[in-house]
Design a protein around this ligand. Structure first.
Ligand code: ADP
Ligand code: MG
Length: 238
């Protein structure tokens, strides 16, 4: 059964349809990249899955459950943005623990999960630091750690690496790939970077003007693009 399912999903702002009928089925443990030019509706689609935007038409299920009336905090998802919004007055450890403490997870379990995530992400030495004492790459790792400790059903990433310089972006891409071997959580990963999508995703969804142009494995999209748009977009990595 699909872990995340979108059926005829439309998003309208006023009389402007920004998402025009998306059908998408994402399997348990699958990593799907959502790509397409700026303004094509990637973030809006992700935000509807997260519950940060209401669906104008259609249906979204997560783990088989219709989430129409389910608040973001109860959707069993964790989201990582490009602006990682760490709490500046808290240490790394406090930042990573915060969500769990709000959920009243027992202290010992919080310790265990934060320790494990810190080990996976190689930030064990940073736990006592404040965000301002971290590099951009380290902050992004902490933001991912904050998502991992919650052990959600689904990770939602919105261009998590786009604020990093080119060299760091390549390094973090490798990190995420490594992370995937340890944490097999279902992931929807929005990016406008074709290389990121091609190297990380099990399947890529190419969006254009609020619609899906093609869904396929990196190999399929690269070698047999269905439209000129897909060929142009996937074929010319930045
Ligand atoms: P992407 O993430 O692919 O760059 P977005 O999903 O952010 O695209 O935006 C898709 C379109 O929807 C854009 O034209 C954007 O201006 C519009 N849009 C996004 N959010 C809102 C909003 N809250 N109100 C009105 N229009 C919006
Ligand atoms: Mg966006």
């Amino acid at each position: 059964m699909a872990e995340v399912n979108l059926q005829g999903v439309v998003k309208r702002f006023g009389d402007h349809d920004v998402v025009r009928g998306i059908d998408l089925s994402i399997a348990d443990e699958e990593f799907v990249a959502l790509v397409g030019p700026s303004g094509c509706g990637k973030s809006t689609t992700l935000r509807m899955i997260a519950g940060l935007e209401e669906v104008s038409e259609g249906l979204i299920t997560i783990g088989g459950r219709d989430v129409t009336d389910v608040a973001p905090k109860d959707r069993d998802i964790a989201m990582v943005f490009q602006s990682y919004a760490l709490y500046p007055h808290m240490t790394v450890k406090e930042n990573m623990s915060f969500g769990l403490r709000q959920q009243r997870v027992p202290r010992a379990l919080i310790e265990e999960r934060v320790g494990e995530a810190a080990r996976i992400l190689n930030i064990e030495d940073l736990l006592a630091r404040k965000p301002k004492q971290l590099s951009g790459g380290q902050r992004q790792r902490v933001a991912m750690g904050r998502a991992i400790v919650r052990q959600p059903k689904v990770f939602l990433f919105d261009e998590p690496l786009s604020n990093l310089d080119a060299q760091l972006r390549v390094q973090m891409r490798t990190e995420i790939k490594r992370l995937r071997q340890k944490v097999r959580t279902t992931t929807v990963y929005v990016t406008h970077d074709q290389v990121e999508a091609l190297t990380l995703a099990d399947r890529i969804v190419v969006m254009n003007k609020g619609r899906i142009e093609q869904i396929g494995t990196p190999h399929e999209l690269y070698h047999t693009p269905a439209t000129d748009f897909v060929a142009g977009f996937i074929g010319s990595p930045s």
